[in-house]
Design a binder for this molecule. Structure first.
Ligand SMILES: Cc1cc2nc3c(=O)[nH]c(=O)nc-3n(C[C@H](O)[C@H](O)[C@H](O)COP(=O)(O)OP(=O)(O)OC[C@H]3O[C@@H](n4cnc5c(N)ncnc54)[C@H](O)[C@@H]3O)c2cc1C
Length: 500
């Protein structure tokens, strides 16, 4: 048992920072909407413990920045919004670690509700940064970590969590008492790293950081998945995109630069990227998302002219690795397959999207076999010529993680840490999302059957909890830890979710 001594108890003399009730809460994607009976914005651990004491036995959910598409934050009862927990304290000394915990390097103790962008700004003042970030930095650090948020070529953020303080229930003495526990090693740490708000309210995380680094980037086209993948030897941070309707790949080849100097007119590249890609391309997609003819023209003729290939630049990691993805509301599914299945999965994606666009398309034999073995041939026939996918499919390699249930945790039958994973992300701007859900949902179900694909915990998933859980060999260990820290299941329920 690796949990450190319990600290902190509820103190009714301190206010619990309840705020106006009857407010409707909506997530970023607008697909999760609910009205909690009680809503709090606590400013101290004691206030969080008071909330837990007051609402024992009710359904409690924790809100980060609301950027997940899954109903993880939804509750009819109690919502705890952690926005005021935003302190940042860099511990310059070497983190000692322990026998089974990570060790070495500087760490930061950060309030759970701190936005990643604010954390990066604070770390930069110490010449430090996070080892890994996703495409945006708007999320809260706890929300991002506990859903396995990832970038490309590194682990997901969860892996870099080395300790956490959690407000949860303690059953000692036969009575449930809210307490703060500190978790820093063993299976509890592996659970809390990707815990989906199931263990309690995380108040603070301790996260490994790395010296500030710069990233070299250049954009190139390619024709095959293997061609893209083989480039990762020299460009380990690369992410690449399958371009719909052109059915070719384009890569942002990336690697850590030798020194921290901005190069290759990086400021101009940054402006070009924001204007041409983040704004103009996205406005075009948004405006013409319903016109299959225009979408085809866009990716076959216009997009290749937007993209400047061969321009080599070097810039600070957080500038180079992110984009303004949050400027336009969208809806997303992301599936993960092990590296050995990634090329086949890419073929499946291409075939199914081509058929959805035009039923005259003949899928490959392996795609047909996959659909037949999943017993989904009729459903497949039904999507022909119903949906033209209108957003590039981002493909990212993510290293295997030492967590119980992150999407990149060990797969059944695989030795620990033996395989990388590839994440395929699917985005739509269309509302309602029915046609996207029919095609991409079917694709996800075939991939789950054929490759044991896992869905991003923070993004939309068509899989039942049972099917999703079956792909995690350590799910039962996770559930057992949830029961220990939350014996009455206050943090386990997913309440009613109204879809807009
Ligand atoms: C525009 C956009 C771009 C994105 N890009 C990426 C990307 O590149 N890579 C990627 O992997 N993901 C990406 N995501 C997904 C996103 O990173 C995750 O959904 C993440 O969980 C959002 O963080 P949040 O702070 O908004 O968490 P929320 O959505 O508020 O909450 C997510 C989960 O965390 C729990 N939680 C939050 N705070 C706490 C706490 N203090 N204690 C306990 N539990 C807590 C919640 O209860 C919930 O279960 C993107 C999302 C958007 C909208």
């Amino acid at each position: 048992m690796s949990t450190l001594p319990y600290r902190g108890v509820a103190d009714r003399r301190e206010p619990d920072q309840s705020i106006a009730n009857k407010t409707t809460i909506k997530n970023f994607g607008g697909n999760v909407e609910f009205q909690p009976r009680h809503r709090y914005q606590p400013t101290s651990e004691t206030a969080v413990l008071n909330i837990l004491a007051k609402h024992r036995g009710e359904q409690i959910r924790v809100l980060g920045a609301g950027h997940s598409w899954t109903p993880l934050i939804a509750t009819d009862d109690v919502l705890v919004d952690m926005r005021h927990f935003d302190h940042v304290e860099v511990v310059e000394s070497v983190h000692a670690g322990d026998a089974d915990g990570p060790s070495g390097g500087p760490v930061v103790r950060v309030g759970a509700g701190c936005r990643i962008k604010d954390l990066l700004r604070a770390l930069d003042q110490h010449g430090l940064t996070l080892p890994s970030i996703g495409l945006i930095t708007e999320q809260s650090i706890a929300g991002a970590a506990v859903t396995g948020t990832h970038g490309s070529g590194r682990h997901c953020l969860s892996q870099y969590v080395v300790a956490a303080r959690i407000a949860c229930y303690d059953e000692r003495g036969g009575e449930l008492t809210p307490r703060i526990v500190e978790v820093s090693s063993g299976d509890e740490l592996r659970a809390v790293r990707c815990s989906l708000g199931r263990l309690g309210v995380i108040t603070e995380l301790t996260i490994q950081c790395v010296p500030r680094y710069y990233v070299e980037e250049r954009v190139v086209w390619g024709d095959t998945f293997e061609e893209m993948r083989s480039a990762e030897r020299d460009w380990p941070l690369q992410q690449f995109f399958l371009i719909p309707h052109a059915w070719r790949y384009i890569a942002q080849r990336r690697r850590v630069a030798e020194d921290n100097t901005r190069r290759g007119f990086a400021a101009a590249y940054h402006v070009y990227f924001i204007v041409a890609i983040d704004v103009c391309l996205h406005v075009l997609i948004k405006l013409f998302k319903r016109s299959a003819g225009f979408v085809r023209l866009l990716y076959r003729q216009i997009f290749p002219r937007f993209v400047i290939t061969g321009w080599g630049t070097t810039d600070r990691s957080d500038r180079q690795l992110t984009m303004k993805h949050h400027w336009f509301r969208h809806f997303e599914l992301e599936l993960f397959v092990q590296a050995g299945d990634a090329a086949k999965c890419s073929e499946l994606v291409t075939d199914m999207l081509m058929f959805a666009d035009d039923r005259a398309h003949e899928p490959s034999e392996s795609t047909r076999d996959a659909i037949e073995s999943a017993d989904l041939s009729d459903a497949f026939a039904g999507i022909g010529s119903t949906y033209s996918h209108h957003y590039p499919i981002c493909i990212r390699r993510v290293l295997a993680d030492d967590t119980l249930i992150a999407m990149t945790s060990r797969a059944a039958g695989a030795a620990e840490g033996t395989t990388d994973w590839y994440a395929f992300s699917f985005i739509t701007y269309r509302q309602p999302t029915d046609d996207f859900e029919a095609t991409i949902g079917l694709l996800a179900r075939v991939a789950a059957y054929q490759f044991g694909a896992r869905m991003h915990w923070g993004k939309w998933s068509p899989l039942s909890h049972e099917v999703a859980a079956a792909t995690y060999p350590e799910m039962q260990t996770f559930e057992a830890i949830c029961r220990r820290l939350d014996p009455e299941g206050s943090f386990s329920g997913l309440a009613r979710v109204a879809r807009s």
